[in-house]
Design a protein around this ligand. Structure first.
Ligand code: ZN
Length: 151
């Protein structure tokens, strides 16, 4: 379903290609499909230039690509190049839609929709409309359940 994590075919394709570098558990991998091409590109670069790097976490937190990794180069100059490369992908995540991958996305403050900050996203204008529908449908479902439980 749209707006939720999807551990289906696209995730499995990423796993087959980059398995040894990905977090071992699914909760270490919490990004939505729109960021898969970005993460795939990053992992391609890492496989080529920094083959010893492994990720313990690849996640989306408050609209940012958050990464935890080990095995980065120790040499100061190489380490700086590595950090700069990683930072380039993090910066791209700030304008990449988490749902459709459009590079015209913007930060969505979920608290403006009455949601918790865990729902903060980076979305394009089209996907913001889907997000709004998702939020309102979810709220209506909860209201119906409340009415049902209290009548
Ligand atoms: Zn989008």
């Amino acid at each position: 379903m749209k707006m939720l994590f999807d551990y289906g075919t696209p995730y499995n394709a990423l796993r087959i290609k980059h398995g040894s570098r990905l977090p071992e558990v699914s909760w270490g991998f919490t990004i939505r499909v729109g960021w898969y091409p970005l993460v795939n590109e990053m992992l391609d670069r890492i496989a080529k230039d920094y083959p010893s790097v492994r990720f313990q976490r690849i996640g989306a937190l408050s609209g940012w690509l958050r990464l935890e990794h080990s095995g980065a180069p120790l040499d100061a100059n190489a380490h700086m190049r590595f950090r700069r490369m990683i930072q380039g992908f993090v910066t791209q995540s700030l304008v990449t839609c988490e749902e459709c991958g459009s590079t015209h996305a913007d930060y969505v403050d979920a608290t403006a929709y009455g949601c918790g900050t865990a729902m903060n996203r980076t979305l394009c204008a089209d996907c913001v409309r889907v997000f709004e529908k998702f939020v309102y449908a979810d709220r209506e479902r909860r209201r119906q359940e409340f009415v049902h439980d209290h009548s």
